[in-house]
Structure formats: C-alpha cells, structure tokens
Design a protein. Structure first.
Length: 305
C-alpha cells in the first residue's frame, strides 16, 4: 500500500484531477487548516494557546520558472513579517526545489540567504526540508554553506537513508540544528533501510548522538515523528546520559496526534506543530497517507456521505 500511495504522489494525471474531488478536499482538512496564510495564522493561535510552537510550510515543490521561485520567497518574507508581531515567532520550513533548486541553484541559495537573514532579524528560524534522495547531497551542501554565515538555520535529515549517520558527523562542526524524520519517499534498498525495525533503530541511534551534542550546546535537536513510543525510548536513554527534556524538541504535523504533542509539551519537551497550507497539497498529502495506515483509514471514511 505504501508503494502504491507513493506512486500516486508522483503521478501527474492524478495530481491534476484527484484534488478536485470533494472527498479529497474533505480528507486533507485533517492535515492542514486551509489553503490561505490566514488559515495557517488562525491555526497558529490555537496551537500557541496550548503551549505549542509552530513552523509554517507553504506546500509546493519543483517549480519550473524563476518567477515561481521568486513568488514563493516573497511569500515566506511575508510570513516572517507577520510573525514578528506575535508573542511566539513563526519558524518557516522550505523546500529547496520550491525556491528553484532544479532550475537555478545560485538563485535558490540567494533566496535562502535572504530568508535566513530575515529570520534572524525576526528572532526566528529557517529550516530546509529534505526531499527525495536525488536532492540529498545538494541540500546538505546548501545547508553547510548557509550555516557558516547564518546561525538560525536548520535542516531535516531522514533516518531511513543509509548515508544520514555520515551526514550528521559531516555537519556536526557547524553546531547544527536538525529535525530528524524517518522519511516519506520510496527509496531503493541500496540507499535506504526498508524495514520498520531498521529505520527505527537508525532513528534512535542518530537521535541519541544528536541529543548528547544538544546537551553540550553543540546542536539543536527536533524529533520529527508521530511515534510516541520511539520518543519515549529516546527520552529515557537521553535522560540516562544527562540530557534534559528541554533539549529534546518534538515536532509533529498539524492535525496528527495533537493530544500527544500537547502531552509532550506538558512534561517538559519544547513542542512544535508543523502547519502546512497552500493549494499544491496533493503530493504532500499522499506521502502523509503512506506514512501511517491510520491515515488511510481516515481518508477512506471521507468517501462516505
């Protein structure tokens, strides 16, 4: 089922037609508050009231024209300005291909640097999302260049990729900010762990390594997973190594296991909700369905009247 859903995420015909169907629009509401920035800001207010911080990501990827990348960058500058007047700043999480990595890598980096400077000025953070394996090296290298000049820049790293342990060591001298995720693309066994046990094992090992760096002030770590049991295991092991819960952030997608996110915030973990919005939600949504069978069950229920 996971392979089918990931194939559906890539299929251009489905991408053009499925989002128009009423049941699809109903189903996606679980994972995003709406398509407009105002919808995301209203969601941020609700999350903040529960002691949860927010990251914003405007959905979309692989732009094909420079003007599209310019428009995306301008939108994120608007988000940062709107966030400056809030009690809790809004962090932003961007896909490099949405800022033109495919068509002009230099322009993409320029956009990222301008956003990083703006984020610093606004007292918040810029995160680089990680996309499919074809972009891993380019994204890690971009992060290295940005982090040398801008303190408040983070990167998402995927535990199912075999290379990630080496990438963690590679960026460690930069005092990195890492959101550790499992991974949501269909990658071959030659470069990725395919079993749940192997992915979870690698995730745990990477998290403990980063947690010890976070304890010593050499990293910022965010556990980007909805697997509460895995978070609890990592917390137990980290505390045994002298890592406080305040050094173990928990990031979850808006609308998924919110009660758990609030619970983690209540027991001392800095907690953040990743609020996604925008019109280009189809591929992102299909990858969310592929991550957990419970998400598929919810989507199928939307077929009912």
């Amino acid at each position: 089922m996971r392979r089918v859903l990931l194939w559906m995420a890539r299929d251009r015909w489905l991408k053009d037609h499925l989002p128009r169907l009423p049941f699809a629009k109903r189903a996606v509401r679980r994972f995003m508050p709406g398509e407009r920035l105002e919808d995301a800001l209203a969601a941020a207010d609700r999350e903040n009231e529960s002691g949860v911080g927010v990251l914003f990501t405007r959905l979309g990827e692989n732009v094909t024209e420079p003007a599209q990348a310019d428009q995306v960058a301008a939108h994120y500058h608007q988000v940062l300005e709107r966030g400056r007047v809030r009690d809790r700043p809004i962090e932003i999480s961007v896909k490099p291909t949405q800022l033109g990595l495919d068509i002009d890598a230099a322009a993409c980096e320029r956009h990222c640097r301008e956003l990083a400077r703006h984020a610093q000025k606004a007292g918040t953070w810029l995160w680089l999302d990680m996309e499919g394996s074809a972009y891993t090296e380019a994204t890690v290298a971009l992060y290295e260049r940005l982090k040398r000049d801008h303190e408040r820049v983070g990167i998402a790293l995927q535990a199912y990729l075999r290379r990630t342990a080496a990438d963690v060591q590679r960026i460690m001298p930069l005092r990195p900010c890492v959101r550790l995720v499992k991974g949501a693309y269909d990658e071959p066994a030659a470069i990725a762990y395919r079993s749940t046990t192997a992915v979870d094992g690698n995730y745990q090992a990477l998290a403990i390594s980063l947690a010890e760096a976070a304890r010593d002030g050499r990293a910022r770590l965010a556990l980007g997973t909805h697997d509460s049991d895995l978070i609890e295991r990592i917390t137990t092991m980290a505390e045994a190594a002298g890592v406080p819960r305040s050094a173990l952030e928990v990031h979850m997608l808006y609308g998924i296991r919110r009660h758990e996110l609030v619970r983690f915030a209540a027991v001392g973990h800095p907690a953040y909700s990743l609020v996604a919005y925008g019109e280009s939600w189809y591929a992102w949504y299909m990858r969310r369905l592929a991550e957990r069978p419970a998400n598929v069950i919810f989507a199928l229920r939307q077929l009912l009247p």
